[in-house]
Write a protein that binds this ligand. Structure first.
Ligand code: ADP
Ligand code: TRP
Length: 339
């Protein structure tokens, strides 16, 4: 019997999950769980690069765990664990360092963006950049390679990191002349790979333009009110394709409803206020059930702890086997031929 193929992805607990995270990463990842063996985790060591408040890191970790489950992750059928509960991750990261071109790190987006920001602000290029950020793709590669991952569902911004990971895996397989590591491929959901934020730029915690996934109804209404539109009058015909309100609407409404609203845009006689009301209805209908499940989950931390502890145990079973295979191949620990 052939092994089922593995889909794996992680989310950093660095902020409250937003609609972009849900549509761009969580929902496509859970959809893959229909046809793949699914492994999902909370990347708390990745968050440590930027969050040094212990209470906040711990709270956000629970929030991400509750988010996964509220959005449909079934802990009995799929693996859910915390990165920090799998120490082999950090051993593998050290192993990978020896096979990772420094140039890859120089070219990685997260690091390059941080440098560019410093330069734009007239600061030293490396100001405030720690080695965790610089070597970020190596830790991410360890997350992926440890679990024999075939596909990694991610938003477009993470694609490059997965490609670096594939390159490292190939370098190692080549060095030892064996298929020691599964070479992963990124998968992005084309329709949702860049969910726009309130201002039309990519929705992102760093731009302060997000709609939190579990916003209450009044919060949601208020945020939708802030979506930036042009200044066309009610009478004027409008272009749905360039409108931020419509671009969010299309992510939630059924195709017929999209067509209906697009027709009203083009006909004129409809103000943006009405378009926003329609967006609120669809978005709220889409996320209300998740919001209710989330609230029940986040209020029961003991249950979340149980899920995470069980997940960690199962995850370590897989991780230990991968590390054993690599150590044997590399002549580390018990000698390859004697053990
Ligand atoms: P943020 O940009 O808000 O800091 P993260 O970098 O933590 O978000 O992203 C977590 C996951 O969600 C990644 O897989 C990322 O690609 C995806 N993601 C984040 N924002 C968006 C967006 N606006 N559209 C699509 N996917 C997104
Ligand atoms: N870097 C990812 C992000 O910012 C989070 C992440 C860490 C991840 N390790 C991973 C994603 C492994 C996929 C696979 O969103």
């Amino acid at each position: 019997m052939t092994q089922p193929r593995v889909a794996l992805t992680g989310i950093k607990p660095t902020g409250i999950p937003h609609i972009g995270n849900y549509l761009g990463a969580i929902r496509p990842a859970l959809a893959l769980a229909q046809s793949y063996e699914a492994r999902f985790f909370i990347a708390d060591y990745h968050a440590l690069n930027s969050i040094h408040d212990p209470q906040r890191l711990s709270d956000l970790t629970y929030e991400v765990a509750a988010t996964w489950i509220a959005c449909g992750l079934d802990p009995a059928r799929m693996l859910l664990y915390r990165q920090s509960d799998v120490p082999e991750t950090f051993e593998l990261a050290s192993f990978l360092m020896a096979f990772t071109a420094k140039g890859h790190m120089n070219r990685a987006h997260a690091y390059k963006d941080a440098i560019a920001k410093n330069e734009a602000a007239g600061r030293d290029a490396d100001a405030g950049i720690n080695m965790g950020l610089y070597t970020y793709p190596v830790l991410m590669a360890a997350d992926i390679l440890l679990f024999d991952t075939d596909v990694v569902p991610v938003g477009r911004d993470q694609k490059q990191h997965v490609e670096i990971c594939a390159d490292i895996a190939q370098t190692i397989n080549h060095a030892y002349g064996a298929e020691l590591l599964v070479v992963p491929a990124p998968v992005t959901a084309a329709a949702t790979d860049i969910v726009p934020g309130l201002d039309g730029r990519k929705m992102s915690k760093s731009y302060d333009n997000t709609i939190p996934l579990f916003a209450t109804e009044p919060q949601l209404k208020k945020l939708i009110g802030r979506v930036v539109t042009d200044s066309r009058t009610v009478e004027e015909p409008k272009d749905p394709d360039t409108c931020n309100v419509f671009n969010l609407y299309r992510l939630f409404a059924a195709p017929e409803r999209q067509e209906e609203l697009a027709t009203r845009y083009r006909a004129g006689g409809m103000g943006y206020g009405q378009a926003k009301a329609a967006l609120f209805e669809e978005m709220n209908a889409g996320i209300a059930p998740l919001r209710e499940r989330y609230q029940a989950l986040i209020d029961d931390r003991a249950a979340l702890d149980r899920h995470l502890t069980e997940g960690a145990e199962r995850a370590r079973g897989i991780a230990v086997a991968t590390m054993h295979r690599l150590r044997q191949a590399a002549g580390i620990g018990a000698l390859a031929k004697s053990g």
